[in-house]
Design a protein around this ligand. Structure first.
Ligand code: PMP
Length: 902
C-alpha cells in the first residue's frame, strides 16, 4: 500500500504531496495534507517490532510531558498509535519546522548550552520510563561503540580514540548509572528556531528510534559528540553543552564523557562509511575532521575542560622542587607559564586564538648550557623539542623547546648535566607522556584553567621562585570591582568585555594576549601609543607642567598652530579638558554675547555631559531616563536622508531640511525670543552617523544669522582631517561657524579640548569676569596637541583618510549587496556608519542585531559598536592610521559574522 493509501484508509487523511526524508532504517516522508498542514509518516522495515515502536511512543509522551518538544504521534481511526500493513509499522506524527542543527554552519555557545539543558530535561523526563521490550543489541549503544569497529573505515585516529574509550569503560563502566535514554541527540535530530532576539534556540528533538536502556551519561555524551562538529574548537563546544546540562552527573559519568562522545563520532564515521550511500556521505562530511581534531586532543585536557564546565574543581597540578637549579647567564629574561606571548591577531572565524604560552620561557642574550634539574631519560629528541622523563617520587615529563641536543632517545642524563645548548627555550611539564606529545606551544585563554590542571608550573622545577601575581586584575575582578565602585549608569562596551592592557597603532590587546583591530576609536586619532605623541608627552612631563595662568611657550605655539588650521576670522582659542567643557563654554559664550537664551539643536544630537548640555542633547533628554529638554532648547528636524522626509534622491534635500531651521527661527523671533545660537555637529555622531545633504548648514546658518544668532559647530567627533577632503567637517558644508568646539582626537586620548572663535566674540565675552581653566592647555597638553598636529601633517593622514575611507566605504557597500540586514552604508572619509534593519522595506531598526554583531565582531578580534537612537547603526571611526588591509579585515570579519547562523 502506498503512504497516501494508508493515510486515507487508516487515518482518514487526504495527502496531496509526498516528499521523502532521510532515515537510517525507516522510510520517512513528509506528506502535505489537503488542509495545507503537514505530517511525517514513518514506515518501518518489514517485520516491525511493534512492541518497541509502542514503547518509543510512550517515551515521546513522557518527553512531551517533561517539557521537551517532540513530534506528537497521531492516533489512527482505530485509536492505535500505529498501523501495521504488510509487516511494516506505519506511524504518523506532527511535522515540526525549523532548521536542524546540521543545517546551521555554526553553533553559538548559548545554543549549545540550550542543547545541554535539553539533554538534562530529557534525562529527567525519561527517568520514570519503563524498560524497553527485549531487542537486539545495537552498536549505536554508547556502551558498545567498540563493536562497530570493523576494518572498513577505521583509521589510526579512530583506533586511538576507540582504544581510549575501551580502557576508560573498563575502569569506570561498572559504576555508571543506567537509565532509559534517547541517546541520539545528533545534529540531524535537533531542530532550532529563531527567537525574537534574532538568535537560534533549541526548538524540538526528533527520532526516538535509538532509545535504549543504557548508561545514563549517553544522553549528554551524544549531544556533546555532535556539538563538536563544524567547529575549529571542538572542546569549547563540548564545554558549552556540559555547562548547560543541569541533571545529575556522577564522577564516573564525567570520566567517560569525553571518550564516549569521541567514540560515538567514530561509530558514526565507520557506520556511514561502510554504507557508502550519498546520505551516509552527507552524514559524515563533518565527522572525519572532528575525529582528527579529537585524536589530537589530550584526553587528560578534555577531562579537565569538561569537569570545569560541569562546575567541578580540579586541583592545579604542582611539582615539588629541590632539583639542581638551572644556571642562567646574566640578563636572561623570563615569560611565565600560561601568560601571553606576543599579542596574537585573530585569523577570522578560526575559533578562539591560542595566545597563552604553555610553560616557562627563558631568553638569554647569549647561548647557554641547559641542564636537567633532575635525573632524566630522553624519551624523544626532535629538532623542535626534547622530551625527558623524570622518575622522581612522582613521574613527570618535561618538554624543552628550542634546545639543541646531541642526546639520543633512551639516553640517561644525570641531574645537573646538560641537555644541550640554546638561546631561547620554553620548558613545559606534564604528568602524562600522551599529553606531552600532543600539547601545543600556545593554548587558548578559555582552556587556561584546564591546562593549569594538566601542566604544572615549571618555575620551581627549574629552580626559580614561582612568582605569585601581586594583584591579579583579571577581567572578572575588574568587572566586579567596577560594579562596587562605579554607578550602573557608567556603562562599558560589550557584554563580555575584554581587559585591555595595551595598544599599538590600530590594535589594542587584552591581558590574555588577544589583539583587537580598533575601528571605533576616533580618540586615538594618530594611532595607539603613537611614538611622537608619547615622546612629546614624556619629554614635557620631565621638563615642566603647571596650570595655564602661567606664561610658557607651548600654549602660544599651539594656539598659533591650531588656529592656523581654521579659516579666518576664527583665531582666538580657549583650551579646556573635554568636548563637554568646550560645548558648555561655547553655549555660555553665545548666550552672554547675544544676551539671549534659546539654542537650536538638531534632533538626535549629543553634545556632552554637563547639566546644560544634557538639556541640549536630544539623544539624552529623549532617550532612556531622559527628562525632556531645557525650556530654552529648540529642536530642528534631523536631516536624515535614509529615514527622513527627504531622501538621498532629492537634490533639494539640503534646502528642505534647512527650511525647518528657518521655521523655528521665525517662530522664536515672532515670539520675541530669537535664538542665541544654533549648535550643530558638522556631521552627527551619536545620532547614528548622519551626514547632512549639501547646502544644509549654509542655509541653516543664514537663517540663524539673519535673526542675530551665532552658529556653533561641534567638531568633537569629526574634526582633524577625518573627512579626508577637509580638515574640518564644516568645510565640507562650505560654511564658517562663529564658534568651533573640538575634543576627542585633538590630544590622541589625552584630555585636551578647545573652543575657537573670533576676536570680536572673544572680546564681547570679556565682561570683566575671569575665565580660568586649571588644566586646559597646560604645557603637557599643548606638547601633545602639537605632536598630534605634526603627525597629521607629516604622515599625510588627511590624504590617507580620504583614500582609505573611500576604499573602506566600497568594502562596506559590497557587503550591503550580500546581507539584507544592512539597510544603509554612509560616510565621509574615515567616519562611516552601517545601519542595520530587519526589513529593508519597513526599515525596522535592528538594534538587538547590531549589538550582537558587535559582540561577535569583538569575539573575532575587531572592535565596532552600535550607536543611534535605536542602537542599530554600527559606528566606524578608526584611527586615521587605519590601512586598506585593516579595512579589508574589518570587511571579511563583518561578512563572516553577518553570514553565520546566530
Ligand atoms: N560633542 C560630541 C559630538 C560628542 O560626540 C561628544 C562625546 N561623545 C561630546 C561632545 C562630549 O565630549 P566629552 O565626552 O569629551 O566631554
Amino acid at each position: 500500500m502506498t503512504v497516501l493509501a494508508v493515510l486515507k484508509d487508516a487515518y482518514g487523511l487526504t495527502g496531496v504531496d509526498v516528499s521523502p526524508l532521510g532515515g537510517e532504517l525507516d522510510q520517512n516522508s513528509v506528506v502535505l495534507l489537503d488542509d495545507g498542514s503537514r505530517v511525517v509518516v514513518k514506515v518501518s522495515p518489514p517485520g516491525a517490532d511493534v512492541a518497541r515502536i509502542r514503547w518509543q511512543h510512550e517515551l515521546m509522551r513522557l518527553a512531551d510531558a517533561g517539557g521537551v518538544r517532540v513530534p506528537r504521534v497521531r492516533a489512527a481511526l482505530d485509536g492505535e498509535s500505529l498501523v501495521v500493513t504488510g509487516g511494516r509499522a506505519v506511524t504518523v506524527q506532527s511535522w515540526l519546522d525549523g532548521p536542524t542543527l546540521s543545517e546551521l554552519d555554526s553553533h553559538a555557545p548559548e545554543l549549545l548550552e540550550e542543547l545541554g539543558a535539553t539533554a538534562a530535561r530529557l534525562v529527567r523526563a525519561l527517568a520514570a520510563a519503563p524498560k524497553p521490550p527485549d531487542s537486539a543489541p545495537s552498536h549505536w549503544d554508547v556502551l558498545r561503540a567498540a563493536e562497530a569497529m570493523t576494518d572498513d573505515g577505521v583509521d589510526d585516529h579512530v583506533w586511538r580514540i576507540v582504544a581510549g574509550y575501551s580502557q576508560t569503560l573498563e575502569r569506570h563502566g561498572a559504576s555508571l548509572p543506567h537509565a532509559v535514554v534517547h541517546q541520539d541527540l545528533n545534529d540531524f535530530n535537533v531542530l532550532a528556531r529563531r527567537g525574537p532576539d534574532g538568535r537560534h534556540h533549541v526548538h524540538a528533538i526528533l527520532d526516538f528510534g535509538d532509545a535504549l536502556h543504557t548508561a545514563r551519561v549517553g544522553e549528554l555524551a551524544v549531544a556533546v559528540a555532535y556539538a563538536m562538529l563544524r567547529t575549529p574548537d571542538p572542546l569549547s563546544a563540548a564545554a558549552a553543552v556540559v555547562r548547560g546540562y543541569t541533571a545529575d552527573l556522577e564522577d564516573a559519568e564525567l570520566s567517560v564523557l569525553f571518550p564516549m562522545a569521541a567514540a560515538r563520532l567514530c561509530v558514526n564515521a565507520v557506520t556511514w562509511t561502510q554504507r557508502g550511500t550519498a546520505y551516509g556521505h552527507e552524514r559524515t562530511r563533518h565527522t572525519r575532521p572532528a575525529i582528527a581534531a579529537l585524536a589530537a586532543t589530550p584526553p587528560e585536557l578534555a577531562d579537565a575542560v569538561l569537569r570545569e564546565a560541569a562546575g567541578r574543581t580540579v586541583a592545579v597540578a604542582e611539582v615539588a622542587a629541590a632539583g639542581a637549579p638551572l644556571e642562567l647567564p646574566a640578563g636572561a629574561s623570563f615569560g611565565r607559564h600560561l601568560e601571553p606571548g606576543a599579542p596574537v591577531r585573530r585569523a577570522t572565524a578560526s575559533g578562539e586564538s591560542a595566545t597563552l604560552r604553555l610553560g616557562l620561557a627563558i631568553t638569554s642574550p647569549e647561548e647557554f648550557d641547559v641542564h636537567t634539574p633532575f635525573d632524566a631519560v630522553v624519551v624523544r629528541n626532535e629538532p623542535t623539542a626534547v622530551l625527558l622523563r623524570h622518575d622522581r617520587p612522582e613521574v613527570v615529563w618535561s618538554r624543552w623547546t628550542g634546545v639543541n641536543s646531541a642526546h639520543r632517545d633512551g639516553d640517561s642524563i644525570a641531574a645537573g648535566d646538560p641537555i644541550g645548548r640554546a638561546e631561547a627555550i620554553c620548558v613545559a611539564l606534564f604528568r602524562s607522556p600522551e599529553t606531552a606529545l600532543l600539547a601545543p606551544d600556545l593554548v587558548p585563554p578559555s582552556q587556561a584553567a584546564a591546562w593549569a590542571r594538566v601542566s604544572p608550573d615549571p618555575a620551581e622545577f627549574v629552580g626559580l621562585p614561582r612568582e605569585r601575581r601581586a594583584a591579579d586584575w583579571d577581567v572578572e575582578r575588574v568587572v566586579t570591582s567596577r560594579s562596587v565602585h562605579f554607578a550602573r549608569s557608567q556603562r562599558s562596551y560589550y557584554r563580555r568585555p575584554m581587559n585591555l592592557v595595551g595598544g599599538q597603532g590600530n590594535w589594542l590587546h587584552d591581558d590574555c594576549g588577544r589583539a583587537y583591530l580598533d575601528a571605533i576609536n576616533n580618540v586615538s586619532h594618530v594611532g595607539h601609543a603613537n611614538p611622537r605623541v608619547v615622546a612629546a608627552a614624556t619629554a614635557q612631563l620631565r621638563k615642566l607642567n603647571t596650570n595655564s595662568r602661567f606664561v610658557y611657550p607651548g600654549i602660544a605655539e599651539y594656539a598659533e598652530r591650531l588656529t592656523a588650521t581654521l579659516p579666518d576670522p576664527l583665531q582666538v582659542a580657549f583650551f579646556v579638558c573635554s568636548g563637554s567643557e568646550a560645548n558648555d563654554l561655547a553655549v555660555r559664550m553665545a548666550r552672554q554675547v547675544t544676551g539671549r537664551r534659546g539654542v537650536l539643536v538638531v534632533d538626535g544630537a549629543y553634545h556632552g555631559n554637563t547639566s546644560v548640555l544634557t538639556g541640549l542633547s536630544p539623544n539624552r533628554y529623549k532617550g532612556p531616563g531622559g527628562i525632556g529638554p531645557d525650556p530654552a532648547t529648540h529642536e530642528v528636524e534631523q536631516p536624515d536622508r535614509y529615514r527622513g522626509r527627504h531622501g538621498y534622491g532629492d537634490p533639494a534635500a539640503g534646502s528642505a531640511y534647512a527650511a525647518d531651521v528657518r521655521r523655528q527661527v521665525d517662530r522664536l523671533t515672532a515670539a520675541g525670543t530669537p535664538p542665541a545660537a544654533f549648535l550643530a555637529e558638522s556631521a552627527m555622531g551619536t545620532a547614528g552617523s548622519v551626514f547632512y545633504p549639501d547646502g544644509y548648514l549654509a542655509e541653516a546658518f543664514a537663517a540663524v544669522r539673519a535673526a542675530g544668532g551665532l552658529c556653533i559647530c561641534d567638531e568633537v567627533q569629526v574634526g582633524f582631517g577625518r573627512f579626508g577632503d577637509a580638515f574640518w567637517g564644516f568645510e565640507s558644508q562650505g560654511v564658517v561657524p562663529d564658534i568651533v568646539t573640538m575634543g576627542k582626537p585633538i590630544g590622541n586620548g589625552h584630555p585636551l579640548a578647545a573652543v575657537v572663535t573670533t576676536r570680536e566674540i572673544a572680546d564681547e565675552f570679556d565682561t570683566g569676569m575671569k575665565y580660568f581653566n586649571t588644566f586646559g592647555g597646560n604645557p603637557v597638553s599643548c606638547a601633545i596637541g602639537l605632536a598630534v598636529l605634526d603627525e597629521i601633517v607629516e604622515e599625510g593622514l588627511q590624504q590617507h583618510a580620504a583614500e582609505t575611507g573611500h576604499h573602506f566605504k566600497d568594502v562596506l557597500e559590497a557587503l550591503a549587496g550580500r546581507h539584507e540586514l544592512i539597510g544603509d552604508v554612509r560616510g565621509h572619509g574615515m567616519y562611516l556608519g552601517v545601519e542595520l534593519v530587519r526589513d529593508r522595506g519597513t526599515k525596522e531598526p535592528a538594534g538587538a542585531e547590531a549589538l550582537h554583531v558587535s559582540e561577535l565582531m569583538k569575539d573575532e578580534g575587531v572592535l565596532v559598536y552600535p550607536t543611534g537612537a535605536t542602537g542599530n547603526v554600527l559606528k566606524i571611526k578608526p584611527p586615521l592610521t587605519f590601512t586598506a588591509e585593516d579595512a579589508d579585515l574589518f570587511g571579511t570579519t563583518l561578512d563572516e559574522v553577518l553570514g553565520c547562523d546566530w
